[in-house]
Ligand binder design. Structure first.
Ligand code: ADP
Length: 367
């Protein structure tokens, strides 16, 4: 969590220098910073320029612009309206009446001559108030950040669970449709064992995702990942239909990285290459090349391709491309999640596509 600023800045406003010095001396303490102003105008300038003012000690009787006028202007400005104000006043009848106008927000008063103990105690209360407000502010920022991560996380779960499930449903449907018993015992066994493996893969994914949700992005563990083995496992569990041939064209590296994230990127690109390819002899090729401190991986297919004008859009949330194969079930979420995952690692993801030949998705991953 971000550390709230522990310093407490007090703006002292009085037209008489000696009063300012006396007040500063009286209130001096560890972690307190003082800014001094000898006129209302100067006070307004400081308050507008400085984001860290926690309290303004404002003399009421000043020539030109009096303390009440300064306070009114501060309270009407969005940037300064929340700053606490303590009026330093002679408290005559007229001033008492004026103070009633400020009964909203953190406003208080001290009357002259100042009593050291009362003044110190009051300032201490405002200091605590300021520090609680700061903590609350930083907690709210942190909460927003966590909520955004959770939102992303929900998309990831919903999206990535779908591919292995489709494999299971496909295998079970084949078994169900075989009413005449045309499938051999061997084939039946194979479909069942594939379904079981895909279900186990799903269970592992759920565990890994739960683990991911417990840890913040920063402290997810880095582990040794044999990319070749990982890709083969993904392909196995996606239960590719028989008309799809899959080939790894170059040796794939062993990396120290966050495994789940890299796995998500490959799984999504490979399942897209299958999902959007309706050719009778679909082919997918996967490989990589070294590029300085990065590896550039690619997943190439001979599918319907993606028109040039959609090359950037498909990486945005809920955007799909209008190609022959995009069905209503496409949510346009997968690639946008991949973009987040790849960019988080300091890499880029992009597509190169000739609609008559197919698509090549490239992404970079740190070594
Ligand atoms: P979804 O999560 O619904 O699969 P994606 O964000 O992964 O959506 O993909 C966005 C769109 O990009 C898809 O609707 C499809 O039009 C297009 N697309 C993605 N991968 C391919 C591919 N390999 N071949 C052709 N079109 C693709």
């Amino acid at each position: 969590m971000l550390n709230p600023n522990r310093d407490f800045t007090i703006l002292l406003v009085d037209d008489r220098e000696e009063n300012l010095l006396a007040l500063e001396e009286m209130l001096a303490d560890e972690n307190r910073v003082f800014i001094k102003a000898t006129s209302g105008n100067q006070a307004l300038r400081h308050a507008l320029r400085n984001d860290n003012i926690g309290l303004i000690m404002l003399d009421v009787q000043m020539p030109e612009m009096d303390g009440f006028e300064v306070a009114r202007l501060l309270k009407t400005n969005q940037k300064t309206k929340h700053i606490s104000i303590v009026f330093v006043t002679a408290i005559n009848k007229e001033e008492h009446y004026m103070l009633k106008g400020f009964d909203e927000g953190a406003v208080d008063y001290l009357h002259k001559p100042l009593d050291i103990n009362v003044t110190k105690a009051k300032v201490k209360v405002f200091q605590h108030l300021y520090q609680y407000q700061q903590e609350l502010k930083y907690t709210a920022i942190e909460l927003r950040r966590i909520n955004q991560q959770l939102e992303k996380f929900a998309y990831i779960i919903a999206h990535d669970m779908k591919s292995p499930l489709t494999g299971i449903i496909g295998a079970l449907s084949l078994l169900e449709m075989d009413e005449d018993g045309e499938l051999s015992a061997e084939e039946c066994k194979e479909y069942i064992s594939h379904s079981k493996e895909a279900a186990l893969y799903l269970a592992n994914m759920i565990n890994a995702l739960l683990d991911y949700s417990r840890k913040s992005l920063a402290d997810q563990t880095v582990e040794e990942v044999n990319v070749q083995d990982m890709v083969q496992e993904i392909v196995h569990n996606l239960f590719l239909p028989p008309h799809v041939t899959f080939k790894i064209t170059t040796p794939l590296p062993i990396l120290w990285t966050k495994k789940l994230k890299l796995q998500q990127v490959f799984q999504n690109l490979i399942s897209n290459a299958v999902k959007y390819n309706h050719k009778p002899d679909a082919s997918i090729e996967l490989g990589c090349q070294e590029k300085g401190d990065l590896y550039e991986f690619y997943v190439q297919d001979n599918g319907p391709g993606i028109p040039f004008q959609d090359h950037e859009n498909i990486f945005k949330f809920f955007r799909t491309s209008i190609n022959m194969a995009t069905s209503e079930s496409s949510t346009g979420v997968g690639l946008s999640i991949l973009k987040l995952l790849v960019e988080e690692q300091g890499g880029k993801i992009w597509v190169d596509s000739d609609p008559s030949l197919g698509s090549v998705f490239y992404f970079e991953w740190k070594k």
